[in-house]
Design a protein around this ligand. Structure first.
Ligand code: S3P
Length: 453
């Protein structure tokens, strides 16, 4: 792994003036060469979804919520900044975050627009909370957020009595929300989306009567698990989550497990890069998130779960060894459990014998980038045989890849996927916008570098 001096400027520890200079060009390039033999141990940074929720629910609870393992990525820092603007005192200490909650009705009107940055989770979940406050607020985010669909939360929240509109009338952020009294609904969600489900459940905390969300397949259930810990009356029946209004939530200690979506890059690297043996420590293996483990095994991956334990959520250390992989079919209910891992899985399929077919994954088109188009474009540039389909991809594996210039489209998971893919390609790969890993895994390149040595 080699980084050029420009790229190093975006890494932690470099002078702020240098970073600013590079940021102006918004094109940070990193160069990668093939790797052999990743060995050693790695502790994965905190789960992004759980980190967001710990700050949100801590802000709405009575008392001080102590969070360990919080992900210090740009997305989660956006959530902290939004709640600080609404009067919540949050101490972001080195190893711990302390959220001094003001209770369920303790948020204050912010004196400016709330900026959710690149974070869909912040935008959508906060919208559910804000729909029920006694003030008006405008939410926005970066260029990517302003293109992502918000009608999927605006529709159900409006059915609950919310006054939420897209300022530019295009169904995207900025969103103007005037707090209202809400009532419960039973929403049949057309998509399996934890962000949609969570926005509705959070509005349901404040609504009159019961609120139910039924999904086509079960999406990640961190909101349900953690709200229960904070004292809410929430339960799940098959793919329906049900919540009753709460009088108060109560502060908790939260130990955030490592993010399986971040671990996925090292799982794939450990399986694919010759002579590798990696112990990936403290990985959250919640069954609504563990599809990557099933797919790696279905492809012939040698992967062992060790030290399985509960820390509010199930956690394990994962031992992974170089394996010879074969293609597989991925579709149906497993899709929401590995939705963020599909870019890495698609790249991994290029190094597997035979075809891999990914279906039922149209949601990939509305993530931080259109991940079907962007994966097909970049893998093809490296010489892979990939077909884009309406709701996924077909990858004809086994063709050797070569280095290329990769456009990350400022999508963190695309940048990390190609840093790993580059390790297996012949020649040099350049990644444009490589600094966007800051969104979910600020130390990603340093961690990869350490394992490669
Ligand atoms: C998330 C839910 C998923 C996932 C995103 C985080 C969450 O999005 O892709 O990275 O924290 O609830 P959708 O709800 O849009 O599927």
């Amino acid at each position: 792994l080699r980084t050029d001096s420009k790229a190093l400027a975006c890494l932690p520890g470099f002078p702020a003036c240098f970073q600013a200079l590079i940021r102006e060009t918004e094109l940070i390039l990193m160069k990668f060469n093939p790797l052999s033999g990743l060995r050693g141990e790695i502790t994965i940074p905190g789960d992004k979804s759980i980190s967001h929720r710990s700050v949100m629910f801590g802000s709405l609870a009575k008392g001080t919520t102590k969070i360990t393992g919080f992900l210090q990525g740009a997305d989660c820092l956006s959530t902290i900044s939004c709640f600080r603007k609404m009067g919540i005192s949050i101490e972001n200490l080195e190893d711990t975050v302390l959220v001094h909650g003001n209770g369920l009705h303790g948020l204050k009107k912010p004196d400016s627009v709330l900026d959710c940055g690149n974070s869909g989770t912040t935008t959508r979940l906060i919208s559910g909370i804000l729909s029920a406050q006694n003030f008006s607020v405008t939410l926005t985010g970066d260029a990517s957020i302003q293109k992502r669909p918000m009608k999927r939360i605006m529709d159900p929240l409006s059915q609950m009595g919310a006054d939420i509109t897209s300022v530019n009338g295009n169904g995207c952020a900025p969103l103007a929300i005037n707090g209202r009294t809400l009532h419960g609904i039973h929403y049949q969600s057309p998509v399996a989306s934890a962000q949609v489900k969570s926005a509705i459940l959070l509005a349901g905390l404040y609504a009159e009567g019961e609120t139910k969300v039924t999904e086509p397949s079960l999406s990640r259930n961190h909101t349900e698990l953690m709200l229960k810990e904070f004292g809410a009356d929430v339960r799940t029946e098959k793919t329906t989550a049900i919540i009753r209004p709460a009088e108060e939530l109560f502060a908790k200690e939260i130990a955030v497990p490592g993010d399986i979506s971040s671990a996925a890059f090292f799982l794939a690297a450990g399986l694919m890069i010759p002579h590798s043996e990696l112990l990936i420590k403290n990985v959250g293996i919640n069954p609504t998130r563990d599809g990557m483990i099933h797919v790696c095994r279905a492809m012939g991956g040698d992967l062992t779960l060790l030290n399985v334990r509960m820390t509010g959520e199930p956690v394990a250390d994962i031992l992974v060894r170089t394996s010879s992989l074969h293609g597989t079919d991925i579709h149906g209910d497993i899709i929401p459990t590995l939705i963020d891992e599909l870019p890495m899985i698609a790249a991994m399929a290029c190094f597997a014998e035979g075809d891999t077919i990914i279906r039922d994954a149209a949601e990939l088109k509305v993530k931080e980038s259109n991940r079907i188009a962007v994966m097909a474009e970049n893998l093809s540039a490296m010489g892979a045989d990939v077909e884009e389909t309406v709701d996924g991809m077909i990858i004809h594996g086994g063709k050797p890849l070569h280095g290329a210039t990769i456009d990350s489209h400022l999508d963190h998971r695309i940048a990390m996927t190609f840093a790993i893919t580059a390790a297996l390609a012949e020649g040099e790969t350049e990644i444009l916008g490589a600094e966007c890993v800051n969104i979910s895994y600020p130390d990603f390149y340093q961690d990869l570098n350490k394992l490669a040595q």
